[in-house]
Design a protein around this ligand. Structure first.
Ligand code: 13P
Length: 243
């Protein structure tokens, strides 16, 4: 089981230092065999987190990267720079990037390529908006979002998927367990048929995962892990999700 924490744009240096100590001391030693932790702090703290996780099994990742390799792109951080910190992962396609930064399939294909060229592993996020869920077009939306993985430049891309229904993020709403299970199975079927299938078809669930619902979500055979936002900002809650 993979436990990935997306801290988004939260916390400060002291917070990151303290939660990291708690995760290393209280969660890591109690993880079940075969489980792993991925921490995605704000980019400014990525080097610190990565350094402090060296010699542990905790991996770190960025929450985004530039679509460009380098150059005059003020404020951007390249995949190469992320990889240079020693971090292993980058989250791409998060719905907050799609929504607030108008990230579309074309841009995401470029971001996936730069991440791949820099040797980063990708957590590629997909998910439908509430309107799609109501209309029953979730599968079409996911198929379109996942279609970028067919691009010829992404052969051998090292990636896993996070299914995050947009309407479940930060709302306390979660799809029924059966719905999560069916959608994860659907995604895995699509991955099998993509031009660049992953080595292992790993799909995380994300969206209002908390200590009360984690056990049931994790019990689904199609769920390989969780991508946790809000609840990962509390070491107590994150521990209850992971252990
Ligand atoms: P919440 O767990 O706060 O709903 O956020 C989920 C998420 O967006 C993780 O990437």
């Amino acid at each position: 089981m993979i436990y990935a924490a997306n801290w988004k744009m939260n916390g400060d240096k002291d917070f990151v230092n303290s939660i990291l100590s708690q995760i290393k001391d209280n969660i890591l030693p109690n993880l079940s065999d075969g489980s792993s932790l991925i921490l995605c702090p704000p980019t400014i703290y990525l080097s610190d987190v990565t350094d402090r996780c060296k010699n542990t099994s905790i991996q770190s990742g960025a929450q985004d990267c530039s679509a460009h390799e380098n150059g005059a792109f003020t404020g951007e951080v390249s995949a190469q720079m992320i990889s240079g910190t020693g971090a292993h992962w980058v989250i791409l396609g998060h719905s907050e990037r799609r929504q607030y930064h108008a990230e579309n399939n074309l841009l995401l294909t470029d971001k996936l390529r730069t991440a791949h060229n820099a040797g980063l592993k990708v957590i590629f996020c997909v998910g439908e908006m509430h309107q799609h869920y109501i209309e029953g077009t979730t599968r079409e939306i996911l198929k379109d979002q996942l279609s970028v993985l067919n691009d010829a430049s992404l052969a051998n891309l090292n990636y896993i998927i996070a299914y995050e229904p947009v309407w479940a993020i930060g709302t306390g709403l979660v799809p029924a367990l059966e719905e999560i299970d069916l959608i994860h199975q659907f995604i895995k079927t699509l991955l099998k048929d993509t031009a660049n299938p992953p080595k292992e078809r790993t799909v995380l669930y994300g969206g209002s995962v908390n200590p009360d619902n984690a056990k049931d979500i994790k019990s689904l055979a199609s769920v390989d892990g969780v991508l946790v936002g809000g609840a990962s900002l509390s070491s107590d809650k994150f521990k209850q999700i992971c252990i």
